[in-house]
Design a protein around this ligand. Structure first.
Ligand code: HEM
Length: 397
């Protein structure tokens, strides 16, 4: 490949993503790509480069959640309420926001969600325990995290139908692109109403805790509060759904892993780390903007460029691990970057791990006979940011 022939960014999703990334790692580790808006982005694929870039203060957030520069048409006051959260800003604002939110999103609060996560898991599993085929993606992997986020944020039971619908549109990316602006507006309006309700009648939920934190000082502005809740919904939904869907696929494509997890559930934490490494839910699109000229792999990346970091590729780099193409939970040291690295390292990682652990513990023990449906072939969603299956069709009896 010549540096002058820029590969179109979206070309990745047409085929073998793992194979293409391996090719990039080997032949063109710092590669210019043509972004859909015509600009040039730089794709980093080797583990050491990606890890260094994630912690490089010269590579900053540019306020965009999408690396494609895609910004849905939104009224300005709605846009302001989506883009003032820790994932889109840098220090000192990032430090202030992250400290405040971490103070409310404590290990105790996460641990207390376990009974509700188990109850939701069991309810979903009951519905799966019938003859015929089931789709684990739509019937299990997606409904679980959105219910958990509703519990975490204290969304009232009678408002969960709308909440789930809007969250699903936000999570569906290109699939429901035309519905996106409407869903963003509806979700921001809903969050404002949720916050107002919690100010009047606080509960033991994260929204109330964040509201109190705001009231005690002048730290979280109203837009920051709304934007943070919006981020938690966005960041915690389809990522976790993809971990569960991709993970179930990895356990079922070679059923030994399903049986091993059932025989010894204590192995699940390591199995889950290997799922995160092997089919990383955030695959390609974590991105930054170069605030000044930087050099990676001897290549100059000019100031103002978009820099795309492929976590999936970093997690398959044989420069830092043996036989990356083998699913091997017994790896002595997992060096995966599936939750990122540096100051933006995933705040929700403990919650995602807890959800996955409960989900898989219950799935393998309650539905031991689960198998891929005859002729099932995995199809991956066409998404720049995330790696997830379109469906996972199984029988459970
Ligand atoms: C940040 C992955 C689940 C909340 C991140 C980042 C990654 C990531 C890669 C860093 C992005 C960057 O550097 O640009 C994942 C994966 C998940 C998951 C793979 C599930 C398997 C969750 C959950 C929540 C959450 C359940 C909360 C409910 C956040 C937040 C940030 C973040 C708030 C921003 C942190 C910051 O900018 O300081 N996540 N995430 N994530 N994640 Fe997660």
């Amino acid at each position: 490949m010549e540096p002058t022939t820029q590969k179109p960014f979206l070309g990745f999703f047409d085929g073998d993503v793992h194979g293409q990334l391996a090719d990039f790692r080997e032949r063109w580790p710092v590669a210019p790509l043509r972004l859909p808006d015509g600009r040039t982005g730089w794709l980093l694929t080797r583990h050491d480069d990606v890890r260094r870039a994630l912690a490089d203060p010269r590579l900053v957030k540019d306020g965009l959640l999408s690396p494609l520069g895609f910004r849905p048409q939104l009224p300005p006051e709605v846009y302001a309420a989506t883009a003032q959260n820790m994932l889109t800003v840098e220090p000192p604002d990032h430090t202030r926001l992250r400290r405040m939110i971490q103070g409310a999103f404590t290990p105790r609060r996460i641990g207390e969600l376990a009974p509700a996560i188990t109850a939701t898991t069991d309810r979903l599993i009951d519905a799966l325990d019938t003859p015929g085929t089931h789709d684990l993606v739509t019937e299990f992997a997606f409904p679980l995290p959105v219910a958990v986020i509703s519990d975490l944020l204290g969304v009232p039971l009678d408002e969960r139908g709308d909440f789930t619908e809007w969250a699903s549109i936000l999570a569906s990316g290109v699939h429901r692109k035309s519905e996106l602006p409407g869903a963003v507006v509806a979700m921001i309006t809903f969050i404002r109403h949720l916050v107002a309700g919690k100010r009047e009648r606080p509960g033991d939920d994260l929204t109330s805790a964040l509201t109190t934190a705001t009231d005690q000082g002048d730290q979280l502005t109203e837009d920051e509060l709304v934007s943070t809740i919006y981020l938690l919904i966005l960041a915690g939904y389809d990522t976790t759904a993809n971990l569960i869907g991709n993970g179930a696929w990895l356990l079922l494509r070679d059923r030994t892993w399903w049986s091993e997890a059932r025989a010894d559930p204590d192995r699940l934490p390591k199995i889950i780390e290997e799922m995160l490494r092997y089919e990383s839910p955030v695959q390609l699109g974590t991105h930054r903007m170069a605030a000044e000229d930087v050099s990676y792999g001897g290549q100059l990346i000019p100031a103002g460029s978009t820099v795309l970091l492929s976590l999936l590729s970093a997690n398959h780099d044989d420069r830092v691990m043996a036989e990356p193409e083998v699913f091997e939970p017994a790896r002595t040291r997992s060096v995966h970057l599936a939750f990122g690295h540096g100051i933006h390292h995933c705040l929700g990682a403990p919650l995602a791990r807890l959800e996955a652990r409960i989900a898989f513990t219950r799935l393998v023990s309650c539905l031991p006979e689960t198998r891929l449906a005859d002729g099932f072939v995995p199809r991956w969603r066409a998404s720049a940011l995330l790696r997830g299956l379109e469906d996972l069709v199984v029988t459970t009896r």
